[in-house]
Structures are given as C-alpha cells and as structure tokens.
Design a protein around this ligand. Structure first.
Ligand code: GLY
Length: 368
C-alpha cells in the first residue's frame, strides 16, 4: 500500500501529520525532522506490547536518536492512574531527561493517553509521538490530543488536551492483532459512519469480508477515512466545546457498562452495546424508525461485536452514567442519531429511557 498522510491543522498551521504506512520505514526521516539525533528519546510501552515490539523498536530507532531509552508500564486500564504516571516521572528524572527529551507512546489507547499526559506535564510539557499499535488507537485515541488518566471511579477524569508532534501508524501491526482487540477497534470505526458519513457506513458493510480478512488496501482506506473524520472534527473543535462531543456516540452508556462489568469487556465491545442503546433511544425520540434502529443494532454482529449481554445490573449502569465526566450541570450530554450518518447532541434523555434501552440489550437466559 501507498503511504497516506493527513496533516492536522490549527487554522493554516500544520500541528502534526498522521502517517498511515505499511511498515516502519518512514518513521526514521520523520524522527530526524524532529531533531531526534540531538535528543533523548524515551519509548513508553506496556507489558503486553513490549515483548512483541519493544526490542524491535529499540533496535530500529537507536541510530535515529542521540540516546534511546525504554520504560515499560503494566498493561491494562487498572494501571491507567496517577500512580503509574509517577513511575514514569521517576524514570525520566533518574535518566536526566530534560525539556528537549521526547516520548514515544508505543501501544494502545491506555499507553497513548498516559504517555501524552506525562508529556503534557513533565517539565511543563515535552514533545511526544504516538505510535498506535491497536486499531482502536489508530482510528481514534491517538489523534486529537486527548491525554489523561482515570481517577478513583472516574474514567479519564484527570488530563489535558496536548497535541502529539506526529502520529505514525504501521498498519502491518494489525495483521497479528488479537481478534477481539480488532473487533473492539472496529466499533470506533463504525462510529464515524453512524454520526458523520452514511456512505462510509455502507462501504464498511460492503467490505465486511475484506475487513475481516484484514486486507491491507481496504484497512488502509478504512483507517484513512476514520482519521480524516477525526481530523476534521478535532480541527473544528479541539477542546470539545461543541461538535467533538459527537465522537462520544455510544460512550455514555458504553463507559457505564465498562465500569459495571469491572473492565472485563473491551472498550469497543462496551461502545457497541452503548451504540445499540443510543440507536434505540434515537428510535424512541422519533429520530429514526424501528427498521433503521434494528439495522444499526444488527450491523455490529458481522463485525463480531456484542449487541446483548447477560448479568448486567441496569441500576448500576444508570448510576454510572452520572459519574461520567460528560455530565455537565447534572444534564447528561447524550449523542443520538438523526438517521444513520448524522449524530446530534441531546440533553433530554431520561433515566427511564436509559433503563428501557438497557432492557433491549440485557439477555436473560431462558427468554427469547
Ligand atoms: N475519543 C473521542 C475524542 O477524541 O474526542
């Protein structure tokens, strides 16, 4: 595949490029452009990704940097907190990393968000690069500068908007990505079709076999279109004062389920469930008819995402929707669909509607 480049701008100024490539070849010149030969560069990765790509990256990038170090954090959402951030600060201090230092986030969403937060705060801000290794991080979390950690029971409660200097995606990494992780990332891809682009939604469905087979040309097109939507949304509203909230489609209930299930389900799996609920509420608000709701619901199935769940405490999920940080002045900001392809922000969704939507997805064994 041909390398694709998407510049993310603020006004006419390019903030950073998203490079979509089949391999790591082009990262060297990109690092050099950022002056890596004169800088200490630190790869931050996690205990899942390190055994797969940690040493390979160290070897590949050594000659590009004045000094190259690596720090491995424990994998998983459980460790996305200030205690882990402190361990990274300690490592940077012990290794005398100064303001000219640069971090590389090598991993999925948790590594990217947390490394970005360290970069935003260490010495009041140092450069960082995103090298997302999962589909979810490639199509969503690595782009747009949302960084941060969870705090107590609140997801992503502490953080900063802080832009990377480069987002470099090596799509060949997706060939070996675990099937569940791949499906989880796909939920965020589907989101762009649902909230912004009905043609892309249909294209995804037409190409479902190629996507499942991980056909590189199709994945490249899919990731390019997803990142292009993300780019357009974050350029217009970088700090989520308005339309960026549309990217939270499926997330209010999705996050609440994720927490109620103690993070036993993957983020994208919960987003798929939350998306079904949000489509159901859209139908109840007369924004789409029942057939369209059923289509949205059923289209997650060929992509191996759940549309029902057992053992979910609906009251717990409802309570969790209030601890989401998107709740402003007690009004839940909810994203609904005015037909496939157009997301809208709504603050009128009631508790009863949420409970009713949850009953649509909660499967009780023995019932049809
Ligand atoms: N993942 C949603 C956003 O970046 O706004």
């Amino acid at each position: 595949m041909e390398t694709k480049i998407l510049p993310v701008k603020q006004g006419s100024k390019v903030l950073y490029d998203i490079v979509i490539s089949d391999g790591m070849n082009e990262i060297h010149s990109r690092l050099e452009e950022l002056g890596s030969k004169e800088r200490t560069v630190v790869i931050i990765t996690d205990s899942n990704v390190d055994p797969l790509y940690g040493d390979q990256m160290m070897k590949a990038l050594k000659k590009d940097c004045k000094e190259l170090l690596k720090f491995v954090i424990p994998a998983g959402e459980d460790h996305k907190n200030l205690a882990t951030v402190e361990t990274v600060y300690e490592f940077l201090i012990q290794n005398h990393v100064t303001r000219t230092g640069m971090l590389i986030a090598l991993g999925g969403g948790v590594v990217g968000d947390m490394t970005g937060f360290v970069a935003a705060t260490y010495l009041r801000g140092i450069d960082f690069i995103q090298v997302p290794t999962t589909l979810l991080a490639q199509v969503d979390s690595s782009v747009g500068g949302k960084t941060g950690v969870d705090f107590q029971q609140y997801k992503n409660m502490v953080g900063a908007f802080y832009m990377p200097r480069l987002v470099y995606m090596d799509l060949s990494l997706l060939k070996s990505l675990d099937d569940r992780q791949f499906a989880s990332g796909f939920a965020e891809t589907m989101k762009y079709g649902l909230i912004k682009d009905a043609k892309f939604y249909s294209w995804l469905i037409e190409n479902s076999y190629e996507i499942e087979d991980r056909d590189m040309e199709v994945l490249a097109q899919m990731i390019y279109t997803s990142c292009d939507w993300k780019r357009k949304v974050v350029e217009k509203d970088p700090t989520e004062k308005g339309d960026r909230a549309l990217l939270n489609y499926g997330h209010t209930i999705g996050h609440a389920i994720e927490k109620a299930m103690n993070f036993q389900l993957l983020h994208g799996e919960c987003v798929a469930l939350g998306s079904v609920c949000a489509a159901y509420i859209s139908y109840k608000h007369d924004l789409m008819d029942k057939d369209e709701y059923l289509e949205v619901r059923d289209m997650f199935v060929p992509f191996h995402l759940p549309i029902s769940i057992t053992d979910l405490d609906e009251q717990e999920v409802l309570k969790n929707t209030y601890s989401d940080k998107k709740v402003s002045d007690k009004a839940r900001k909810f994203i609904l669909l005015k037909h496939i392809g157009r997301g809208i922000i709504d603050t009128t969704v009631t508790d009863e509607e949420i409970l009713e939507s949850l009953r649509e997805i909660i499967y009780k064994p023995g019932e049809d």
